[in-house]
Design a protein. Sequence first.
Length: 185
Amino acid sequence: MTEQEVRRYLRQMKEEDSERAFKGFYDLTYDRLFRIAYYYVRDEDAAQEIVLDIFMRLWQMRDRLPAVNSIEDYCFILTKNTSLNYLERENRQSPLPAEHLPEPADTASSPEETLISEELFARYVKALDRLPQRCREVFIRIREERQSYAQVAEALGISVKTVDAQLQKATTRLRKMLLPDEGDE
């Protein structure tokens, strides 16, 4: 997702009330927002519902969106907060009896660890979005969806060697984006 494309869509949505621009914005950002929501709720249907709710809100506030400094960060935070609110509502509606509650972990995360984890995840999502489409698709199918090389090759109509090459390319680029100091040694 490039900032210029997003800004163009946001301007068209505001100035022309353009549903076509909104569709372009949706196509450009849906996968990223879905991955963020899924990271928090771990339920595909819930993540889809959350993301659709977010897009409804974004359409309703389309007049104010061009003024947002970083739409990428804004959408990340909006998705994260909506996901957490969803989880809170779910927990309130269906409290577990005491015998079904998980045992408290001795290695509970501190707030600092949680924040670092969320920041790393946000960097990962941004880096993933900056990969070429084919690289991103291969990487997600293999690393996140746990598909085999053969399954990915068949689904995308490419050879297994091409899948391997795309995965290596994606991994190398992600490493450079996420660990920029590592290449200096």
